[in-house]
Design a protein around this ligand. Structure first.
Ligand code: TXA
Ligand code: MG
Length: 310
């Protein structure tokens, strides 16, 4: 692997694009200091230029060079959760240019834990801008095969790293303007964060594409259905539906994926499952709604977005 990773670092240095595994989802990386590389990254993603992108580092020490006026809470969270599935939004330093912050005075920083990501970032030695390695608005990739399916030859190299362990994007906490705001729920829960910092429910004013209404969406229209209504919905559409559910398959339905009742295990499989259901090319995807409890918040967030119609 190491020689492949060395080649990846060289491609980044030359302004190229490298898809790499992280513990959350696969990212499409570019040198965060290169305007040209980041412009190409946005073009390949089909992402609007005014959207900020998360910058990845090998260590908190490197990451914090891209920020200023770092509050104690950020240092505490970094110490506790980095490397790992947490992104911190902080006031930017002069290193974070407009083309990675969407022109905002804040910057998004993350130190991922996946060993291949860690090796790549440490060889590269600076910040790597990386959104999920899919086209804008589509389901994020959790395997190298997903990335190739989506991006084809648009990535100069795709590093292999197995299936992402967490399976959904990092938890994002905004500490750029006083009290911590949870911008995007993820594997690190609000409860876990609140052991270390107070987290407000106030809406943050920063722009973020995870905040767009419809995101992480399959092409087939998808709908969230409460458990008690599932049977009735299936009778209406019968063989024209694909179903994602906790319960046992219904014999009337050809495409049925059974999901685990544990939120971490569910998250890990979620995006691969949505891709499979999409591939069934049915008229509609029905998703059995997960529980309302706090530990399901991140999964519910992704499912609600996947099921919101454009
Ligand atoms: O798990 C993840 O976070 C994945 C993997 C590849 O690390 N990355 C990812 O990146 O999801 P991206 O670029 O798609 O996330 C962008 C989101 C924005 O929608 C926004 O919520 C937040 O990160 N963000 C990034 N930079 C920001 C900034 N300067 N100010 C405010 N929010 C920012
Ligand atoms: Mg994304």
């Amino acid at each position: 692997m190491t020689s492949e990773v060395r080649r990846a670092a060289q491609i980044l240095r030359a302004g190229g694009l490298v898809a790499f595994p992280t513990e959350t989802v696969y990212g499409l990386g570019a040198d965060a200091a290169s305007e040209k590389a980041v412009a190409r990254l946005y073009a390949v993603k089909g992402r609007p230029g005014e959207h900020p992108v998360i910058i990845h580092f090998a260590s908190a020490e490197q990451a914090f060079e891209w920020a200023r006026e770092i509050p104690e809470g950020a240092r505490v969270l970094a110490k506790k959760f980095w490397p790992g599935p947490l992104t911190l939004i902080l006031k930017r330093s002069a290193l974070a240019k407009d083309f990675v912050t969407g022109g905002q005075d804040s910057v998004g920083l993350r130190v991922p834990s996946h060993p291949v990501a860690a090796e790549l970032l440490s060889l590269f030695g600076s910040g790597v801008a990386a959104p999920s390695a899919n086209r804008f608005g589509r389901v994020s990739p959790t395997t190298a095969a997903h990335v190739r399916e989506d991006l084809g030859k648009d990535a100069d190299l795709v590093l292999e790293g197995g299936a992402s362990e967490v399976g959904i994007e990092s938890t994002i906490v905004d500490l750029s303007a006083g009290p911590a705001v949870l911008l995007r729920p993820g594997a690190i829960t609000r409860n876990q964060l609140e052991e270390f910092v107070a987290v407000t429910s106030e809406k943050s004013s920063v722009r973020h594409s995870g905040g767009l209404e419809r995101h992480y969406a399959p092409r087939t229209p998808a709908r969230l259905v409460p458990t008690h209504a599932l049977d009735k919905e299936i009778s209406k559409l019968a063989d024209r539906v694909a179903v994602l559910a906790f319960s046992r398959p219904d014999e009337r339905v050809d495409f049925w994926l059974r999901m685990p009742r544990d939120p971490q295990a569910y998250a890990q499989r979620l995006y691969a499952a949505l891709r499979e259901l999409d591939g069934a090319q049915c008229e509609q995807i029905l998703v059995e709604a997960p529980p309302e409890s706090a530990e399901w918040a991140a999964v519910r967030d992704r499912l609600e977005r996947a099921c919101r119609q454009a």
